[in-house]
Structure formats: structure tokens, C-alpha cells
Design a protein around this ligand. Sequence first.
Ligand code: LLP
Length: 444
Amino acid sequence: MISNKIESPNQSIMPISATINDQNHLCLGGIDSSKLIEEFGSPLWVMCEESIMQSAAAVKEGLSAYPNALPCYAGKAFLCLAMVKLIEQSGFGLDVVSDGELFTALQANFPTERIFFHGNNKSDKELAMALSSGVKIVVDSSSELEALISLAKSESKNSEILLRIIPGIELDTHDHIKTGHDTSKFGIPLSELDDVIAKILQQDRVKLIGLHAHIGSQAMDLGPYLESVDLFADLYQNIQKKFNLTLPHLDVGGGLGIAYTSGDKPLSMQNWARVVSERVKSSFASRDLPLPELSVEPGRAIVGSAGVTLYKSGHLKQLPGGKNYLAVDGGMADNPRPITYQAQYTAAVANRMKPENPGKSWSIVGRYCESGDIIVEEATLDVRNGDLIAIFATGAYNYSMSSNYNRTGRPACVLVKNGQAEVIIERETCADLVSHDRIASWLK
Ligand code: LLP
């Protein structure tokens, strides 16, 4: 293994199965990366099953001293049928946020009692789908609650729900991925909470089982989680006193960070889950509250470091002023995170892992028609035309946020494990791209 001592996969930039073989090539899941490209084409998303499963195991280990925990995976980070199967095998629950994610889970026969439907603007169609499949619904506003209650009545369905609250807690992360601050678009303001609960108690189709908050993403610090757990304990106590209602479930959200570069030092997943769950124990016990079933819902930390994107380097350009561009055959359409969040990544020449020459400083840029399509601002690489470039830690929010910009098809995604590699998402072809086009009758 290439990585240094780590406690959990999110602390390593590379997947845990990453090795270097005798030819000085990067291997993933026991397979030479150049063989992967030969067989499946370029660019390619590669997912390491071992990293995913060890991540899930690390969260479970952290929760092992908590009597009643249901760790969940936030599907928005990366979801497809094979991923649903892995999550089911891990014993986790699953968060979905759209009809598409729910459909994917149902298609893969994921147990519906372990599915939670999140989202700040679920359509009536999505609410109806959630009701008919019997998944738990995380209600985001009083207006959504009204819509759900009237739908549940008209369709004669019952539902267990959680309420997402705005905890008023700010995470130290990129502004676009903060979600717990006072002015967040997600959740119910605390000032409305009593009224919302009173409304729920006036009917019997929709049953409140707990509260939820997600304070943000790529968190490097435990402090905000502890603050939010204490707030939950206060709220559960108030709810018990005011409504004589003991909520049986608590969902403290996800957000644990991962290492994208050597400067990132995320907490281990065991530590994060252990400290958060211990705080739930102590905070609830000190208020004489019974321990709720506890959910955490990491997304990025489960899949982020499992993913590597392989590209072929194309034309190398050295400008007179000293700027060097290394262009690859993908970019912002398969990884919109640098242009969206100024996210930083780590690159390597996958067919020359140990450089033969000192190398030069390169900007690794994509093939898309936009100056901001830069995958890595500056990397010192010993690179030649036609080399294979690996970008690490691309498992989360790459495929799931990818696009067909410039009318390009998405890469294939392969799952690797112990020398086996299989496609879990097919490459999109040009024919796929036109398959949804229609020519208006007056143009024919
Ligand atoms: N639970 C809820 C309710 C969420 O909204 C999210 C993420 C998660 C769990 C999982 O968070 P994670 O453990 O993955 O940090 N596209 C952005 C990330 C957006 C996260 C949105 N919500 C990025 O690429 O950084």
C-alpha cells in the first residue's frame, strides 16, 4: 500500500488498494491502471470497493459502544445500482434526495425501512413516491409538512417523519457547502418548531420520530457536532416537557471531511463517530432522556478516497512566459468541484509513479471550452504526451455532479477489487447524447 499510517480511508488521498507495480505503474484493486484504460477506455472513474467497505466498517466501529445506532450513507455523494448493493451489504441505511435516487435504491431492492428521503423542495410526486414505498421522510419546512399531511390523508397512507431543523451552527468550510447557519435554505427555524410539532400532533397519518440537522460538508473539526448534539438534547427535553413526546430517533447528519491534498488532516471516521455518539450518550443522560436510535449520514467520507479518475494526457503546451499546460481528455464535466468550490486535488503520472526526471510545474487543465476548467492549478510532474494521469479522491461528488458540457459523454465507472474490475456505470456514447433529442415537427 502507498499510503502512510491511517486509521480510516478518508485520511488517505489514495484508495487503500493503491500500489505501485514493477513497471512503476499505479495499480488499483490489484490491477495496473494502464490495463484498466486499455480495457475500459479513457477517461475512467475507478472505485475501490475495499475503501468503501472499510470506510463503512470504520463508522460502525466508532458507533460500536452506542446501543442503538443506524449509520446511513448519503447517496448524493455517489449512487448507482452497484453502490446501493455495497451499502446494503455494509448494513447501513441510505439517504436519498430525489425520485431518481429513491428509484435507484428501490431498483436495487434496498430495504425501504432503512431509507430516509431528504431534500428542501420535494415535489408532490416525490412525496407520493416516498409515501407509497414506505420510506422515512425528512420534512424540511412547515409548508412541506402541510403538503405531506394532505397527501397522506388523500392516499390513506401513513408515514414516519423527521424534522430537519436549522441549528444556527456555522461550519468552517466553503460557503457553498455550509448548511447549518441561521440563514440556511435547509430546515425549519427553531422559532417555528413548536408550532410544527403541534400541527403534527393534531393528526394521525404522519408520525414524528425525530429531529435532524446537517451542518455542512468537508468538516475538519468536531466542535460544531458537539454543539449540535447539545442543542438536540435541549430540544428533545423541551419536546418531552411540552408535548409529553419522547422522540425515538436522532439524525445528526454527515459532513466528515477527507484528504484531497497532503495538507488536509481529517479526523478518522472511528474518532468522529465515537466522539459524536459519546456526546449523544452523555448529553441525553444528563437530561434524563432515553437514548434515541442514532443516525449519522456521511457521504463524502465513505466514497471520496475510494475514487480515482484516470485521464490520458494530450497536448502539452509551454507558453513563453513560463506557464505550462498539461491538457487531459476530461475535466470540469466529470469533475466540476475545482471550478465550483476551488477544490484542490492531487495528481500523479500513473504510468511513471516514481518520476525518472525532476519534472516541471504543470497546470492540469481539462478539454472543455472554459478557462476555469483547471483540475489542478499546479503540480510538479515528470510527464510526457500520452501518459496516464491519475487524480485522486474523486469518488464523491464527481460522477454525481457531472454533466454533458460541450456535448461530451460521461466516462465509464469501474469497480475494482482483488484483481477484478467490472463496469458499474457504462460510458455514455454520442448516440446516448442524442437519444433524448427530438426535432420539432416544423423543423423536419
Ligand atoms: N446529509 C445531508 C442532509 C446532506 O445535505 C449531505 C450533503 C450529507 C448528509 C452528506 O454530506 P457529506 O458527508 O458528503 O459531506 N457538492 C458538494 C457537497 C454538497 C453536500 C450536500 N449535502 C461538494 O462537492 O463538496
